[in-house]
Write a protein that binds this ligand. Structure first.
Ligand code: HEC
Ligand code: HEC
Length: 235
């Protein structure tokens, strides 16, 4: 390669990336108003943002990825936890997290400020972020609900851990590659479900679902037992 071609490639590559970057930046900025629902930025939301700054909440918390990584991201906290939970945390963090290894300080935030912060979180929650942060994606939120609900079966937790949600819906949440499994227990008995999980082609030679031959027999049984109980209405 001559010097001239190398320079040409360098400048060509740099300039075209720069132009693309600028176009995308301008495009994003034009959409900020709509994506954030700027029309819903009430005075209370703004006061909430001011309280968020006043108490340095983002020393420990992130919103949209900005802030400290010590404690949970708050972008979707409103839908993850709901207003009452947030209020309780802000009134009594020392009680709410008494059993946690991490601590949130009691800053004696006034009731008005707490109301403003909740309004702020509700507004932030509605920013359209293309499913960011991923742990709060609707798909995984339902999965988390399943595994953290009190008394949840081991099968339900394993269903989540093995990423069955990537392709299957339960209660309207999950992927569309495979059929919804709300009625799995009506369509198949437990033994058949076990076979579908470990070796789908043994039940349906045309099956495209990946086999799970490496999964332990006890894990397969636990998931099958959980699915055999799913006899409800699909959504
Ligand atoms: C010194 C660090 C620190 C500061 C400052 C702080 N927090 Fe926290 N916060 C935490 C920790 C740690 C947790 C999580 C405790 C746990 O679950 O173990 C938490 C949890 C929360 C939760 C619950 C999150 C969830 O998903 O359950 C909310 C809401 C919250 N904080 C809001 C705030 C607000 C609003 C402020 C500012 C007024 C603030 N925090 C300031 C450390 C902090
Ligand atoms: C990559 C996508 C994919 C993943 C991951 C996946 N499946 Fe499937 N599953 C399918 C497809 C597609 C079908 C429909 C039959 C076929 O073509 O295999 C299916 C069918 C099923 C059926 C039968 C449903 C019916 O009513 O006929 C069950 C039960 C099932 N899967 C359970 C599971 C479990 C449990 C897991 C997690 C361990 C899982 N699947 C993971 C794609 C997937």
């Amino acid at each position: 390669m001559t010097d001239k071609t190398a320079k040409l490639i360098f400048w060509g590559g740099t300039l075209s990336s720069l132009i693309l970057f600028l176009i995308l930046t301008v495009d994003t900025h034009r959409q900020v108003g709509a994506l954030t629902h700027a029309d819903k930025l009430s005075a209370q939301v703004l006061d909430g943002k001011r309280a968020f700054q006043k108490y340095n909440c983002n020393d420990c918390h992130t919103i949209l990825g900005f802030g400290g990584y010590y404690s949970p991201d708050l972008t979707r906290v409103y839908s993850r936890r709901g207003p009452d939970y947030i209020r309780n945390v802000l009134q009594h963090p020392e009680v709410a997290f008494a059993n946690s290894f991490r601590k949130m300080p009691q800053q004696h935030i006034s009731e008005t400020e707490i109301g403003n912060l909740v309004a702020f979180f509700e507004w932030v929650n509605n920013i359209e972020t293309n499913d960011w942060p991923p742990q709060d994606s609707k798909k995984y939120r339902a999965a988390n609900r399943l595994s953290s609900a009190a008394g949840v079966s081991r099968g339900a937790a394993l269903f989540q851990e093995n990423r069955c949600f990537d392709c299957h819906k339960l209660e309207g949440v999950g992927g569309d590659t495979g059929p919804a499994l709300d009625q799995a227990g009506q369509r198949h008995d437990e033994e058949t479900i076990k076979r579908i999980i470990s070796q789908p082609q043994s039940v349906n030679p045309q099956a495209t679902m990946p086999s799970h031959e490496d999964m332990s027999a006890s894990d397969v049984s636990a998931i099958a037992e959980f699915l055999a109980k799913q006899k409800g209405e699909g959504r």
